[in-house]
Design a protein around this ligand. Structure first.
Ligand code: COA
Length: 146
């Protein structure tokens, strides 16, 4: 199985959107059908090359995973979302997406990488730990709908 990691193109937005939609870990706590990013936002993310990075993983020309990250400060990258389609997980794809991100940002002296993970989901936490991320303080998420 050959895994290809590359920068996302505009035509990948649809697949990224669908993978995101199927990722149950991205749902809000009330289980509502909340889309993390809508389709247009994903296209914007792909267009903006300066401080937003969109990568995809491809197998046999089919996008099976993606990573969206943005630069928060000159040194700090926030990984907003990474997801691999269920049946392709545990094949090193998430790791490869991260490695490509490091490669791209190495030239720009980015040395802090951050990701948010729900505290009730152990599997993604294990993934980040395996990638050398350490859990920081626990925050309480406050939100409000108007
Ligand atoms: C988290 C996620 C992106 C990992 O992708 P993946 O392609 O399955 O991960 P990899 O195969 O590259 O795994 C890399 C390492 O993490 C470990 N790992 C991955 N998923 C794991 C799990 N569910 N439980 C324990 N360890 C796990 C692997 O064993 C591997 O370890 P190794 O390097 O020692 O072999 C994928 O599980 C996913 O899409 N989850 C749903 C979305 C999500 O929760 N994203 C994270 C929050 S933004």
């Amino acid at each position: 199985m050959e895994i290809k990691i590359r920068k996302a193109k505009l035509e990948d937005a649809k697949r990224i959107f669908l993978i995101q939609k199927k990722t149950k870990e991205f749902m809000t706590s009330d289980g509502s059908k909340y889309d993390f990013f809508d389709h247009d936002e994903i296209e914007d993310w792909i267009r903006k090359r300066k401080d937003q990075i969109a990568l995809v993983a491809e197998i046999d020309s089919q996008v099976v995973g993606f990573l969206l990250a943005r630069l928060v400060t000159r040194y700090w990258c926030l990984i907003e979302a990474v997801s691999v389609e269920g049946k392709f997980r545990k094949n090193g794809i998430g790791k490869k997406l991260l490695e490509e991100l490091y490669k791209i940002l190495k030239k720009e002296d980015i040395y802090i990488y951050q990701a948010f993970v729900r505290s009730d989901l152990k599997a993604p936490q294990n993934f980040w730990k395996k990638q050398g991320f350490k859990p920081r303080k626990t925050f309480t998420w406050f939100d409000k709908r108007l």
